[in-house]
Design a protein around this ligand. Structure first.
Ligand SMILES: NC(=O)NCCC[C@H](N)C(=O)O
Length: 412
């Protein structure tokens, strides 16, 4: 096993060294009004502008010393070996909700006809429209009499939210089981990257969770507050049972983490993950959406006497006191989205005003549109890197949702 640190995330705020993004692709141009609900969008972004915004995001990161790698490149590199590629295509087709065997064969043949792996990966992400595969209608009775549903394989428009399908925790990965079918398909790319990409396969990356589990957990709920403390949202997307499983695996594997704080937040779309209502911006400063402060309950999970046991307790203090206790701080500042004004808070949280990406302690990337919250962050001494935000925000995710840190400098 190599000693090279291919994954290292022991905080939310340590200087960001390497991050995984996905540049929005033609999957966005396969979103239709009828599909929006099922594919978890509230509107249809304009791809060209979404890409400009995304490139501006990547430039901010690069200009601040971050190595940016793209999911689509790593996935293509991971399947360089033909046997691995075949296995990957088989798994992809199996999970693509295609009903007839003949049609599955046609889709496989079509995917393998692309001359480069990168083009094939782009096509998988984009989805396959009916007109792309000739003769599919003769493959089964269902297809001959079937509806006017326009896709043979659905697009995956949420891929640019790389935060969610897997999460780097310490030196390992939580390869997530997602709440929805559409997003669970995304986790296949990460499975192949961590098993077969030359950069990762030698490292034997430990898995704290696996996509085959039967309860769900998503990366937007997984926050690393310090090298001792992880926070996980129990949310619209993450089950309490998953938090327990993850905590046990991490404790059993000699990681440094000592406690997992489970944040039980309201289960609703606007607050789908913990990071849509709470992010860490400095050693002792956090953004928070005021609407969760009342209903929030926190539970702590610690190692028990035996390595396989855990001890769970309901925390009774206010959130800031819980954070002070576990992060060993004298003071904690909660910076309220929209300044606590209910109208501004609701509007800005909807467009991810609380969803910041820290690139160093006290330094974050934010959306331009959330000017009330941004001003407040500045007043609290936070350095802002402001990115454009008209189109990307239509997918209901902000800078943290659009990035998966692979390496952060450890905090002193
Ligand atoms: N961490 C996040 O909050 N990610 C945003 C995901 C948005 C995406 N449309 C979804 O509903 O899953």
């Amino acid at each position: 096993m190599s000693n090279k640190k291919v994954l290292q995330v022991y905080s939310e705020i340590g200087k960001l060294k390497k991050v995984l993004l996905h540049r929005p692709g033609k999957e966005i141009e396969n979103l239709t009004p009828d599909l929006m609900d099922r594919l978890l969008f509230d509107d249809i972004p304009y791809l060209e502008v979404a890409r400009q915004e995304h490139d501006a995001f990547a430039d901010i990161l690069r200009n601040n010393g971050v190595e940016v790698v793209y999911l689509e490149d790593l996935a293509a590199e991971a399947i360089a070996d033909n046997d691995i590629k075949e296995q990957f295509v088989n798994e992809f087709v199996k999970e693509a909700s295609i009903q007839s065997q003949k049609k599955r064969e046609l889709v496989k043949e079509y995917l393998l006809s692309f001359s480069t792996n990168r083009e094939m990966i782009d096509k998988m992400m984009e989805g396959i429209r009916k007109e792309e595969i000739k003769d599919y209608r003769r493959t089964s009775l269902a297809d001959m009499i079937e509806s006017d549903y326009p896709f043979i394989v659905d697009p995956m428009p949420n891929l640019y939210f790389t935060r969610d399908p897997f999460a780097t925790i310490g030196a390992g990965v939580s390869l997530n089981h997602m709440r929805t079918v559409t997003r669970n398909r995304e986790t296949l790319f990460a499975k192949y990257i961590f098993n077969y990409h030359p950069e990762y396969k030698e490292a034997n990356v430990p898995l704290w969770y696996d996509r085959t589990e039967d309860t769900s957990i998503e990366g937007g709920d997984e926050l690393i507050l310090s090298e001792k403390v992880i926070a996980i949202g129990v949310s619209e997307r993450t089950d309490a049972a998953s938090v327990e499983k993850l905590a046990k695996r991490i404790f059993e594997n000699n990681e440094k983490f000592e406690v997992v704080l489970a944040f039980d937040i309201p289960k609703k779309r606007a607050f789908m993950h913990l990071d849509t209502v709470f992010t860490m911006v400095d050693y002792d400063k956090f953004t928070i959406h005021p609407e969760i402060e009342g209903p929030l309950t926190v539970y702590s999970i610690r190692k028990g006497e035996n390595p396989k046991d855990i001890v769970i307790e309901k925390e009774t203090m206010e959130l800031s006191d819980i954070l002070k206790k576990y992060l060993e701080l004298d003071n904690v500042t909660l910076i309220r989205c929209g300044g606590g004004n209910l109208i501004d808070a609701g509007r800005e949280q909807w467009n991810d005003g609380s969803n910041t990406l820290a690139i160093a302690p006290g330094e974050v990337v934010v959306y331009s549109r959330n000017h009330v919250t941004n001003k407040l962050l500045e007043e609290h001494g936070i350095k802002l890197h402001i990115m454009p935000s008209s189109e990307l925000s239509r997918g209901r995710g902000g800078p943290r949702c659009m990035s998966m840190p692979l390496v952060r400098e450890n905090l002193k």
